[in-house]
Design a protein around this ligand. Structure first.
Ligand code: HH2
Length: 281
C-alpha cells in the first residue's frame, strides 16, 4: 500500500526510488558521530558535504537514543538543534528533526522543518496534534522500552507481528488525529529493544511493514552489523551498513537513514540499474 510520493512540508518527494536520509547528530554522545558536528558551522559543513554526496534529505537530532544514553532536558535539546535547524532550513532540501518531544517538535515546525522523525511514534502528549497542525511528514518508529532500558532483555512472542501491530495502531492514531496518509512513514526501529535475531527477522520481513506505509530503515553502523562482522567500532561498519541499506531497499524500504551517504548512493545506483533492467525484461 506504499504511496508513490511523500508529502513533507515544502516538498512532495517521489518514492519511485528509495531516498537517502543523511544523519546529522548535533549531540556530544551519539554512538557513531557524537561530538563531531556540534555548533552551527560544523553542522552546516557536514550537511553540505552530505548533500554533495547525494543525500535527498537530512535528519538532525539533538538527543542520543543509543542504549543507555543519558536523558537530556528539553531545554538542552532545543539549545542544540534550533540554531542548526535555522541555518539548514535556508537550504532547498527537506530537513527532518529527530525528536520524541512535543515541545521540540513545535519549535522545529515553527522554523519550517519538513519531517518529524519520532522514535516514540508521536506518543508524547500533544505530539499528534502538533504534527497535524503542520504540513510536515512524520516517521512513526517502533521501540520496546526506553533508551535507558531497552537492550536489557528484549522479548517478543512474534517480533514481526508485534511490531506491525504497534505500527498499525500508531498509523491509525495519526490518521484519526488529522495527519494525512501521504505524510506517513513507518519504521520497525532496528536496535531499539531488539536482539540481533529480532533485528534480522525484521529486515527479512520488512516488506510486511511496507503494507502499512512507506518504510524508513535505520541500520547504519548499528551493533546488529557488528554482531555478524566482528567489527566492534561503528566507523568500521561502513561496508556492512551499505549491504544492509541495499537489502532494506530490496525488501521494500522507501527511505534509508545513513551516515555514509556517498557509499550508499553508489551501491543503490547498482541496485537501481538492476531493477530498471528487470522492469525492462
Ligand atoms: N536510529 C537512531 C536514531 N534515530 N530514527 C529512525 N526513524 N530510525 C532509526 O533507526 C533511528 C532513528 C539511532 O542512531 P543514531 O542517530 O546514529 O545514534 P544516536 O541515537 O546515538 O544519536
Amino acid at each position: 500500500m506504499s504511496a508513490a510520493s511523500l508529502h513533507a512540508g515544502r516538498f512532495v518527494l517521489s518514492l519511485d526510488r528509495p531516498l537517502i536520509m543523511g544523519i546529522l547528530n548535533v549531540t556530544p554522545d551519539s554512538f557513531s558521530d557524537g561530538g563531531r558536528y556540534q555548533g552551527v558551522a560544523a553542522a552546516r559543513a557536514r550537511a553540505e558535504a552530505m548533500l554533495a554526496e547525494g543525500a535527498d534529505m537530512l535528519d538532525v537530532g539533538g538527543e542520543s537514543t543509543r542504549p543507555n544514553a543519558p536523558l537530556v532536558s528539553v531545554q538542552e535539546e532545543l539549545d542544540r538543534v534550533l540554531p542548526v535547524l535555522e541555518a539548514l532550513c535556508e537550504l532547498d532540501v527537506p530537513i527532518s528533526l529527530d525528536t520524541r518531544r512535543t515541545e521540540v517538535m513545535r519549535a522545529g515546525l515553527a522554523l519550517g522543518v519538513d519531517v518529524i522523525n519520532d522514535v516514540a511514534a508521536l506518543e508524547d502528549d500533544g505530539a499528534i496534534a502538533a504534527v497535524a497542525a503542520s504540513s510536515a511528514a512524520v516517521c512513526l518508529m517502533h521501540k520496546q522500552g526506553t533508551p535507558q532500558s531497552m537492550q536489557r532483555a528484549p522479548q517478543y512472542r512474534d517480533v514481526v507481528a508485534e511490531v506491525i501491530d504497534y505500527l498499525g495502531a500508531r498509523v491509525h492514531a495519526a490518521l484519526a488525529g488529522g495527519i494525512a496518509r501521504e505524510r506517513l512513514l513507518v519504521d520497525p526501529g532496528f536496535g531499539f529493544g531488539k536482539t540481533v535475531e529480532h533485528n534480522y527477522a525484521l529486515l527479512a520481513r520488512l516488506g510486511e511493514c511496507a503494507r502499512l506505509a512507506p518504510v524508513l530503515a535505520g541500520l547504519s553502523r548499528k551493533s546488529m552489523l557488528g554482531a555478524v562482522t566482528g567489527q566492534s567500532e561503528p566507523a568500521a561498519r561502513v561496508a556492512a551498513s551499505v549491504a544492509a541499506a541495499v537489502l532494506a531497499c530490496q525488501h521494500g524500504a522507501a527511505v534509508v537513514r545513513v551516515h555514509d551517504v556517498a557509499a550508499t548512493r553508489d551501491a543503490l545506483a547498482v541496485w537501481h540499474a538492476m531493477r530498471d533492467a528487470q522492469r525492462a525484461c
